[in-house]
Design a protein. Structure first.
Length: 365
């Protein structure tokens, strides 16, 4: 099987040294292994710019969606109400989670190519005082848009609500001052911007909010409070942990630090993204999101107008030559997506653009 690099929002291309860490088999009861979990939790608090006396970290088995469902199903009580702010598939997934768990909610649904308005959120909160929690996605990879959590956080905190942020595809690749913004729960995953591999999500949250959720969970395995209480003793996970993934993640955190932490990695991602958009525009490919709101993680492009474009054919053409791209997730128009995170550098972007040029020349009208 030919090896290829992933131009996706995660899972993504990891370093050889991260992969190598998974060659070791660890016992979950071993003190050395439990210390690794504690080390990871401390590192994540540092990346979030929070005080460990006020915030904590809970690692949760499963994908990012497991982490989101763990938070929503564990912290929102029977008498609470959630405002879901959505402008993409992952905001909609929060609505699905709310329905399955019989959580009372109100959906503020914005167009996929527009950021949610903090003024509209303010009006919703003023009209419906029964709302206790607000949740939204930061980097909505459905389109590549980067939502303005700063202005929303200001409104949410002014109104005294609990703020939940899905930062799945942004944490580690965009610097987020969690304490300054007053975020109560922020959720991400091992296989995104920190550049580990799939297997667990993590939740950084305020301890006092977590304590309040003690009796709220609607699930045994996704019970966030109980996961925290067990893990907080000595680093032991409540149920079987993904040991190889944990080892890989520790190495990924080390490599993030060696790169210059989040500011340097964020700069690399931004440079990748800007170069990609610039060079694709030279080929006549337009972006779905305007430049003001385009995030640095993944970009949605319209199908080219000057060739007979088939995504499947383009995908196979690129994959055979070392790169995998993503299909579009925007329903009202024909699009595809290219991510630029992970072990992706300027030379990769230039190679991919050149491959697109070749493909379009072959299939030109």
């Amino acid at each position: 099987m030919n090896n290829y690099k992933l131009l996706t929002p995660g899972p993504l291309t990891t370093s050889d040294s991260v992969k190598k860490e998974m060659m070791f088999d660890h016992c979950t009861w071993d003190d050395d292994y439990k210390k690794i979990t504690l080390e990871i939790r401390d590192d994540l608090l540092e990346l979030a710019h929070v005080d460990k006396n006020e915030y904590t970290v809970v690692l949760m088995q499963g994908s990012g969606t497991f982490g989101v469902e763990s938070v929503l199903s564990s912290v929102i009580g029977e008498n609470d109400k959630l405002l879901i702010v959505s402008n993409g598939a992952y905001g909609k997934r929060m609505e699905e989670i709310a329905k399955y768990n019989k959580i009372k909610y109100y959906l503020y649904d914005e167009d996929y190519n527009k950021i949610p308005s903090s003024e509209k959120i303010k009006n919703i909160l003023e009209k419906d005082t029964s709302i206790t929690h607000v949740s939204m996605v930061h980097s909505e990879t459905t389109s590549g848009i980067l939502n303005d959590i700063q202005s929303v956080a200001k409104v949410v905190k002014e109104k005294g609500k609990v703020f939940i942020v899905d930062a799945m595809s942004s944490f580690g690749g965009i610097d987020i001052d969690v304490k300054k913004l007053g975020i109560d729960y922020i959720i991400s995953s091992a296989n995104k911007c920190i550049q580990g591999v799939p297997g667990f999500s993590f939740i950084i949250c305020k301890k006092n909010q977590l304590e309040k959720s003690k009796q709220n969970s609607r699930s045994l395995s996704l019970n966030l409070y109980e996961q925290w209480k067990t893990m907080n003793v000595d680093g032991k996970w409540r149920f079987t942990s993904p040991t190889h993934v944990v080892l890989a993640f520790r190495q990924a955190l080390r490599e993030l630090k060696n790169e210059g932490s989040i500011p340097k990695r964020a700069q690399r991602y931004r440079n990748n993204n800007q170069l990609l958009i610039e060079k694709m525009k030279e080929l006549g490919l337009k972006t779905y999101i305007d430049s003001e709101h385009q995030g640095p993680i993944i970009t949605t492009f319209y199908y080219p107008e000057n060739c007979d474009f088939s995504f499947k054919e383009a995908y196979n053409y690129l994959k055979d030559r070392g790169y995998a791209i993503y299909p579009g997730k925007v329903t009202e128009c024909d699009t595809f997506r290219i991510g630029n995170i992970g072990e992706i550098y300027e030379e990769d972007i230039l190679k991919v653009v050149n491959l697109f040029k070749e493909f379009m020349e072959i299939h030109g009208r």
